[in-house]
Design a protein around this ligand. Structure first.
Ligand SMILES: Nc1ncnc2c1ncn2[C@@H]1O[C@H](COP(=O)(O)OP(=O)(O)OP(=O)(O)O)[C@@H](O)[C@H]1O
Ligand SMILES: [Mg+2]
Length: 293
């Protein structure tokens, strides 16, 4: 009955190359309940974006990727879905704000055509004109003053910040059950970043959306998330309610991470000291990491 929106157990990922297999995720376990805002934090290259891409089913088609573990979305086994079924979930029940907007926008179609396609996944018979109006309203919510001009443009005709806002509006427009935000608003100024967070809060309050929030900015994480997972070199090393984790971090990596929290939100990437030498003590391994070192 209390089934989480997302349940991941012992997720492992490796990439095969001519020199062998390089392991990137070593048994990640993570869950998100309905209406919960969960953050995933950790240094660059620790495995945050690949985790997000696996949830969306975007890495499964990569011939070099080797993936195993439990992946459940609203009780459904994601590993059993066909590529077509996974595609149908994206942009409707689960959507993602990408770190890089060019991954989400197609340069061959205008923004209006792409919005219409996304909207018709939920409302198959939606008329073009109505789709245009809904898209324009969504763009105004992300502080785009001339939505008509933007809708009639191609992504390469827009600035990086503008494309990012388009992508955010597109990710939110179908009220997804699960929203994954991977470093949302990195290319945006602080006021638009704050607006994006407000929109995400609104989505959670009005639609009980579950959010996986990936960010380097721990000041923002502290304000936004209910619960935090800390990932380090492909392992979850600590997990807990945001306030508790920030006030009483247990793992040395989390302690190092928390000591670098910027006091003012909107700061850059904190400089995290290397704590890898402390990993020789197996007592530090969080059980959720799968216990494999
Ligand atoms: N397609 C791929 N082929 C091979 N290795 C990959 C591929 N995609 C990601 N990796 C590797 O997986 C590791 C984790 O990458 P990931 O993008 O998840 O990092 P991240 O935690 O999101 O970092 P950042 O904070 O910089 O965005 C990195 O070492 C990266 O080089
Ligand atoms: Mg990333």
């Amino acid at each position: 009955m209390n089934q989480p929106t997302l349940n991941i157990e012992n997720l492992q990922l490796g990439f095969k190359s001519h020199v062998g297999m390089s392991k990137v995720l070593h048994g990640i376990s993570l869950n998100i309940r309905k209406g919960e805002r969960v953050a995933l934090v950790g240094e660059s290259g620790s495995g945050k974006s690949v985790t997000a891409r696996i949830i969306l089913g975007l890495l499964q088609t990569l011939p070099t990727a080797r993936i195993s573990g439990v992946l459940e979305f609203e009780g459904r086994d994601l590993t059993k879905l066909s590529a077509k079924q996974r595609h149908a979930l994206r942009g409707t029940e689960m959507s993602m704000i990408f770190q890089d907007p060019t991954s989400a926008l197609n340069p061959v179609y205008t923004i209006a055509v792409q919005f219409t396609e996304v909207l018709r996944r939920r409302q198959p018979k939606l008329k073009k004109l109505l789709a245009f109006e809904q898209a324009a309203a969504a763009l105004r919510q992300v502080a785009i003053d001339e939505p008509e001009r933007v809708l009639n443009s191609y992504s390469f005709q827009l600035s990086g910040g503008m494309n990012q806002r388009v992508m955010i509006a597109m990710a939110l427009i179908n009220n997804p059950t699960l929203l994954i935000a991977d470093e949302p608003g990195t290319a945006l100024d602080v006021s638009v970043q704050a607006q994006t967070l407000d929109l995400m809060h609104k989505l959670v309050q009005e639609h009980q959306t579950s959010v996986l929030f990936i960010s380097h900015n721990l000041g923002v994480v502290r304000d936004f998330a209910d619960r935090v997972y800390v990932i380090y070199k492909g392992r979850i090393v600590e997990e807990g309610a945001t306030q508790l984790l920030f006030s009483n971090p247990q793992h040395p990596y989390t302690q190092a991470l928390m000591s670098a929290v910027p006091r003012i939100t909107g700061g850059g990437i904190p400089n995290i000291p290397d704590v890898s030498d402390r990993y020789s003590d197996p007592a530090y391994i969080h059980p959720a990491s799968g216990g494999e070192l």
